[in-house]
Design a protein around this ligand. Structure first.
Ligand code: TXA
Ligand code: MG
Length: 329
C-alpha cells in the first residue's frame, strides 16, 4: 500500500472527485494546510477520516464548500456577522461556526448544535469542490495531535500505510490553519487564531471580540493543550534562557535541534539549527510546520524553539507553538 500523489491536471481532479463520490478520502491542498477530504454527506466516508487520523469521534470537522451560497445551506441561521465576514474573507483562511442545518450529520459536528464551514482559496481545492459538486468535510491531513502538513509529500508521509490519493497543490501559501470564528451566538469569538487577525475582525465588525473562557470553550481539538506536536520532545524557551539551556543540553550529550530568530547564538551548541525571520510573522507561519517536520525526522533528542515575539501578529504562531511544546510530563 502506498499513497499516490497526483498533479493538479483536469483529469486528476476528475479522478479525485470520483473517489470522493465513491466514498473514498482524498488529500486536498488548501491555502492554509492540506486537508483529508471526504463527502460531508456520507457517514461511511466520514468514518474513514476518523479512522485514518485516529481522531476521537466527537471532535467536529470543518465543511469545505465552493462559495458562500452553498455555505448557507449548511447553516440553520446565517447571521449578519457571518455574511460580513464571508464577504470580507472568503474564499480564504477563515472558518465560521454557525448553527447547523437539520441535514448536517452528527459525524461532522461531533454531535454539537453548530457546524464549522469554510470556503478555501486554493484553486485546486475550489476545482475539486466544483468537480465533486458538493461539500467535503476535511480536517488537517495529519494523524491526530501531530503537526499539520503543508506539502503533498507531508501528507504521503503521514499516511504512508494507505492508498490515499493526494492532489498536489504545492507548498501551502499560508502554512497554519484557518482562523476559527464562532458567530453562532450574539458575541463573536475567535476559537483558533490564524492569518486573519483579531484586529482585522474587530475592525470589520466594529465590535470587541469576547475572549473564550477555558471552562466554556467548545470542543475544538486544536484547543487541546497538546496538539500540532512533533513526536520529538519539544520545548519553547525565552531568548534570555536559550544559551544556558543549550550549553547544559550539549554537556549532557543531547542531540538538539533549534528553531530560532535571534542572532546571538553560537552554532556549536546544536546538532541542527533553523533560522527564521523574527520580523516577519507571515513568513514564520509559512515555514514553521515544515521546519518542525524536518527536525522531527532528524533523530534528535530534543527540539528547542525560541519563543516568538508576542504582539498580535504572532498570535497564530504562539498558539501553535505553545501546544506543540506542551508537555504534561
Ligand atoms: O485551515 C484549516 O482549517 C484546515 C484546512 C484543511 O481547511 N483544517 C483544519 O481542520 O485545521 P482540523 O479538523 O484539523 O481543525 C478544525 C478545528 C478543530 O479544532 C475542530 O474542533 C474545530 O475546527 N471545529 C469544527 N467544527 C466545530 C464546531 N462546530 N464548533 C467548534 N469547533 C469546531
Ligand atoms: Mg488539525
Amino acid at each position: 500500500m502506498n499513497p499516490t500523489i497526483l498533479s493538479g491536471t483536469r483529469s486528476n481532479i476528475a479522478l479525485a472527485a470520483a473517489a470522493l463520490r465513491r466514498g473514498e478520502i482524498v488529500g486536498m491542498p488548501t491555502e492554509t494546510v492540506y486537508g483529508l477530504a471526504a463527502d460531508a454527506g456520507n457517514a461511511a466516508a466520514l468514518a474513514k477520516v476518523f479512522a485514518a487520523k485516529g481522531r476521537p469521534a466527537d471532535h467536529p470537522l470543518i465543511v469545505h464548500v465552493a462559495n458562500t451560497a452553498t455555505a448557507k445551506t449548511w447553516a440553520s441561521v446565517w447571521p449578519e456577522t457571518a455574511q460580513k465576514l464571508a464577504d470580507a474573507f472568503w474564499p480564504g483562511p477563515m472558518t465560521l461556526i454557525v448553527q447547523r442545518a437539520a441535514h448536517v450529520l452528527d459525524a461532522v459536528t461531533g454531535g454539537q448544535s453548530t457546524v464549522g464551514i469554510r470556503v478555501p482559496a486554493h484553486p485546486l481545492a475550489l476545482a475539486l469542490l466544483k468537480a465533486f459538486g458538493g461539500a467535503v468535510a476535511a480536517p488537517s491531513a495529519n494523524k491526530f495531535g501531530h503537526v499539520s502538513p503543508t506539502t503533498a509529500a507531508h501528507v504521503a508521509a503521514e499516511f504512508s500505510d494507505s492508498n490515499l490519493l493526494i492532489l498536489d497543490g504545492g507548498a501551502c501559501d499560508i502554512g497554519v490553519e484557518s482562523t476559527i470564528i464562532d458567530v453562532s451566538s450574539s458575541r463573536p469569538r475567535v476559537l483558533r487564531p490564524g492569518r486573519i487577525r483579531s484586529d482585522d475582525i474587530e475592525q470589520l465588525l466594529g465590535v470587541r471580540l469576547s475572549s473564550v473562557e477555558p471552562t466554556e470553550a467548545p470542543r475544538v481539538s486544536g484547543s487541546l493543550d497538546s496538539h500540532y506536536a512533533p513526536r520529538t520532545k519539544t520545548l519553547m524557551l525565552v531568548t534570555e534562557a536559550l544559551n544556558l539551556f543549550l550549553d547544559a543540553a550539549r554537556d549532557a550529550g543531547k542531540r538538539v535541534g533549534l528553531i530560532h530568530y535571534s542572532s546571538q547564538l553560537s552554532t556549536k551548541r546544536v546538532k541542527q539549527r533553523v533560522t527564521l525571520d523574527g520580523n516577519n510573522a507571515q513568513q514564520f507561519e509559512h515555514d514553521i510546520y515544515a521546519k518542525l517536520r524536518m527536525l522531527d525526522d532528524a533523530a534528535l533528542d530534543l527540539i528547542v524553539i525560541e519563543a516568538p515575539p508576542t504582539d498580535g501578529h504572532w498570535d497564530a504562531v504562539n498558539d501553535r507553538l505553545r501546544r506543540a511544546s506542551f508537555s504534561s510530563r
